[in-house]
Every structure is written in structure tokens, then in C-alpha cells.
Design a protein around this ligand. Sequence first.
Ligand code: PLP
Length: 394
Amino acid sequence: MTAPRKPDPKIETIAASASVGADNPHAAMAPPLVMSSTYAWRDLDERPAFDYSRSANPTRAALADALARMEGGAGAIVTSSGMSAIDLALHMAPAGARVMAPHDCYGGAYRLLEAKARLGHLAVDFVDQGDDAAFEAALSQSPALVLLETPSNPLFRVVDLARRAAQIRAAGAVSIVDNTFLTPARQRPLALGCDVVVHSTTKFLNGHSDVIGGALICADAARHEDLCWWANTLGVTGGAFDAYQTLRGVRTLAARLDAQERTAIALAHELRAHPGVSQVYFPGLADHPDAAIIARQQSGPGAVFSFTPVGGADAARRFLEAVSLMHVGASLGGFETIACLPAVMTHAGMPEPARARAGLDAALIRISVGLEHVDDLRDDFAVGLRAAAGASGG
Ligand SMILES: *Cc1c(COP(=O)(O)O)cnc(C)c1O
């Protein structure tokens, strides 16, 4: 008779208990910050577990362990940024390999892939991955890697991860999902059959707008080992202090996301009913074109949405100049509400024809909802929308 299996702990429990009280000289409850770049060899014939901090660092290992368990992977690699995590993932493919990416992927990923293609390091196809015919046509070109990003930024298009993962595997390619927008608290791509997850931990995972960081989590242990080798060889691993801060942020991820998402749901619905708003893009709206997929693969809509005010790009500028509680900036996922005009900010690196192909309107405003009270944010939206409509206010 086998003992009943202990159920896997929930995301909240993994985050709150990761490395707490782990063995250390003082039995400190909070895992210590180990800044040392190098470590003593106590025995010349045995390489210590921690030898040199580019290869391995105890604080970074504590964060990696938490992230691997939260995503359900064989291991996690903590990198210096989200971009270095994506670049590290590209090291799974040989020189000249094809990479398929979403036509509306994160602007930095677009820039990286396009620049590498220009150097001849790889060939890239930017594809509307919600379009079955376009996706299958690109897959028939035998890509080595397929980058997925769902929901997409800033239009919150959704792709069916389980279905795409199966197609990618059948084609002999490796699937990589950028899970920055939802985090494992809302979407777990490895459980849906995907191979690799990448994160910008700069966003929700750290959540306090004070670290640039990334992570890469593999479902497969051999692939994890191979990419650990590359991370050390390239020197893209993250710093100890950043890992310390990020693990501290991860402890409260679920609670932050619950609160921020609740406010995002309220505001998105109110904007949708507002006469000064022409369009709202948010996975939490019941009439989202991919509502059935969202219900299957996301445990919530997340806390970021986009909208276009009536009146075009000039109205969007008036909105951003009038608001005072939300801040105009480029990031997302922090405790503070950030408004962004993607066409001139996050997606400025994307050439205009590519922006048009991705359906990125110059008037589109993206909102990352923070932890402020919903009533105060509602007032700020009212001020912004009055200004957008051309009213002098007051
Ligand atoms: C921010 C972001 C990145 C890049 O991460 P950095 O930490 O800024 O390097 C990649 N993907 C998505 C979806 C992002 O939002």
C-alpha cells in the first residue's frame, strides 16, 4: 500500500514559503542576501555547490526554485532582464534556424528578432498566430522555435496554448511562451503542453517597479541543464540583490494580482459603457472574441487593459496630459497605475507598417492597474475622459 500522495501546494503557498527558514548559519526565517561573487573550496577534490556567482548564487537559486515550482517546470534560470531571458531561449536553435513569433509580440522581442535576422543569425516569420491558416503556413516552414505571447500586448488577443503547443510539437519545434502579463498565478503554459516559459520579472512577479529581471523555466530537465550552461557561458544570469528583491515581491504576487485585477475588471466595464470611449480591449469582457479559450487557459483576466478614446490620437494625448493619479510611463505590473501610449512609447521601435499590420491604433492607451483605491482611479479616468472630449474641466 502506498501512502496517499501529498497534494501539490498552491501558487500562494509556494510563493509564501519558498526558502523560508532554509538552513543557514543563523536560522534566519527570511532567506539571506548572499552578495559574494566567489566561494571557498573546502575540499580540492569536490567542487562546492556554489563556486562563482555567475554560475550559481544562493539568493538567485532561492528565487529560481520558487519560480520553477510556481510554473511547474524542471528548473528555472534567473536572468538579468526579460530580454536576456528571450535571448537565452534563442540559444536552443542552431545558427540560421527559423523562428516564428507573433506579429504583435513585445516590442523588444520584435527588435531583437529582427536585428538577429538582419545579421543572418536566424530567419524570422512574424505571424498572426490567431489565424489558423497563417499559423499552419508558417509552421510548414519548419521553424526550430515558436515564440507565443498570450494575451498579446497591447490588444489582448489570445491564442489557444494547448492547441498551438500540440501543433508545434508535432512539427518538431520547441514552444516558448512569454508569460509576463499573467504570471503563473493566472496561466501555467507548461501544464498546457508548452516547452519553455519566459518572464520579464520586472513586471508583476517583482511588482514593485524597482528591479529589471527575467526568468526562463523549462518543462524538461535536460533542456534546463543545457540552458543553465548557456546562461553561465553568456553571463546573462541575474544579480543577487535583484533576486532578493524579486523573491520578496513574489511572496505577495497572488494578493497583489487579486486586488489589481478586481479594480481592472471594474474600470474596464465602466469604460466600456462610457460614451467617450470607442473600444476596450480586456480578456475580462464577456464578449471578448476568444472568451472560450480564456475560460479554458486563464484563471483570471489579469490587471492590464487598453482602450481608445473617441477623438483619435489627439484625444488620447489630452487624456494622458490631464490625468494626475495614474502615471504616464512604459512599464506594467507594478503597484502603481501606469498609462502608456504604445504607438509612441513601448512600440515605437516597431516600424509603422508593422504597427499597422498588428492593428495598433495611434490613439490606443494601455493601462496597468495598480493598488490605488478604485474610487480614486475612477475619478482620475473621469478627469482624463473630460479632457479627451475637449472639455475645459471644472
Ligand atoms: C517588459 C517585457 C519584456 C522585456 O523584459 P525586460 O525585463 O524589460 O527586459 C518581455 N516581454 C514582455 C511581455 C514584457 O512586458
